[in-house]
Design a protein around this ligand. Sequence first.
Ligand code: ZN
Length: 307
Amino acid sequence: MTTYICYVAGRGGISHIVSAMRTALVGRTTTRFDAMSAIGPAPRPGSIIEAVERSGRRVDVRWDDGIVLSTDLRFSGQWHVYRPNEAWRRNTYEARAIIEVDGWVAVCFNAPLLETFRVPDRARHPHSGGVGPDISLRRPDLVEITRRLLSYKAGDTSICDVLADQSVITGLGNVDRSETLWAVGLSPFAPVIDLSYEDCAVLVEAAARIVKSRTREDGGYEHSVYSRNGQRCPRCRGTVAHGHCEERSRALYWCPDCQQKLDRRLIPAQLVADDHTPTHPAEILYMADVRAARQRLKIDDDLTRFG
Ligand SMILES: [Zn+2]
């Protein structure tokens, strides 16, 4: 026989109802969510309730997809927790929000303020788009930027364009971009798909270092290639070139002599014929390494997403 419990938040009873809501809801899959008059996003069907939090007379319910239902109870509002077939102790028309999980129904009645919103949480949504991590922070999330580079959807996009894409990385200025690519010897025209895990990690670390040195030295930082077109490259004595990134038409400076890494345009035509199967042993080894790195990353990713 089921024990039917009804918790009603009365005077001083709010901590009891919050504990009851935690017991009933936290860790459970949402089977129904209805916030009649609230404007804002709703949790995805099947999303899991992560927490019920209380601050004074405000009760917030938080879902694992980043949605929060915030209810300010003031004097008139109440939360009740019922069994599915139990009769409510208030009128249906007074309900402002209903959350159903297996075995329980939580109803918010008469809350004067009720809203839903999404908490920006990049760690929770690594692939949901939005804005990439800010590399100019004191402790930037380099792992996440590396991951965004490796999982970039349009693989043929050149790396100089990808580095200007705010969904991958923010806080990397135009000067930093040219300087970073020069520092790692990477061709600005390398398609992002050709970058291995190591290439991406080294690139992101170099970017962080360059951004840091720029801010520390307060503009006194001397450029290696930026706005030095026609001058000698400090590394190979080649001539620094000037151009634009295809998609974003922002100035790009690079050394065509020592920034050749992964530049497909420099591969002899017979190797880039219809058949892309590598033939040279070193190339086969290299390609296998790239695939292994991507596979490893995908497995890690699946583990964090489903585990
Ligand atoms: Zn050079």
